[in-house]
Write a protein that binds this ligand. Structure first.
Ligand code: GDP
Ligand code: MG
Length: 166
């Protein structure tokens, strides 16, 4: 099995951290500053029975500048060309306008979308289900997987789920 997977999400939700964890190398630029990742960075995850190419997109976000416009278009084009989209959100920050905007954009493509609730190390376990319920109202996600990209919690489960769509 092999295929392409795009990672989308607001700045700072942990896209680069997740990809670095999966690929095992520091190949994406990490920073607390929003929008550090200017280009798609491809990382390849290989096991005995699967090969997944990850695209760390610059992020779909509300229009702020011509450059932002260009980056949105680049990210958006990618979404139609991949086997699955990982929509990363920051579980500690919760649902905001940025996530709503992305969910609206995702409705324009047919690619299956996996909701990834990241940073679960920063929330109480009881907070998880109510959060999931909020997000489920936004979009009909193919899968919903809570993880901590930083700690590596549940990332293997996420990789198993992704492989269903290759
Ligand atoms: P990106 O802008 O979406 O690529 O986000 P980054 O991967 O650069 O991460 C933004 C910040 O969130 C960094 O300070 C990361 O260390 C932090 N971060 C990412 N994942 C997690 C996580 O699972 N738990 C916690 N506590 N912090 C995280
Ligand atoms: Mg990044």
């Amino acid at each position: 099995k092999s295929g392409f997977v795009a990672i989308v999400g607001r700045p700072n939700v942990g896209k680069s951290t997740l990809m670095n964890h999966v690929i095992g190398q520091k190949i994406a630029i990490m920073s607390d500053k929003p929008q550090t990742t200017r280009n798609k960075i491809h990382g390849v995850y290989t096991t005995e029975d699967a090969q997944i190419v990850f695209l760390d997109t610059p992020g779909i976000h509300k229009r702020q500048s011509k450059l932002g416009d260009y980056m949105n278009q680049t990210a958006f084009n990618t979404l139609g060309e991949v086997e699955a989209v990982l929509f990363l959100i920051d579980a500690a920050e919760g649902l905001g306008g940025g996530d709503r905007f992305i969910a609206e954009q995702l409705k324009q493509v047919k690619t299956p979308v996996i909701l990834v609730l990241n940073k679960i190390d920063r929330i109480e376990p009881e907070a998880l289900l109510p959060l999931i319920e909020q997000y489920r109202k936004l979009y009909d996600f193919a899968e919903i997987v809570p993880i901590s990209a930083k700690m590596g919690n549940n990332v293997n489960t996420l990789l198993d789920q992704v492989q269903k769509y290759l």
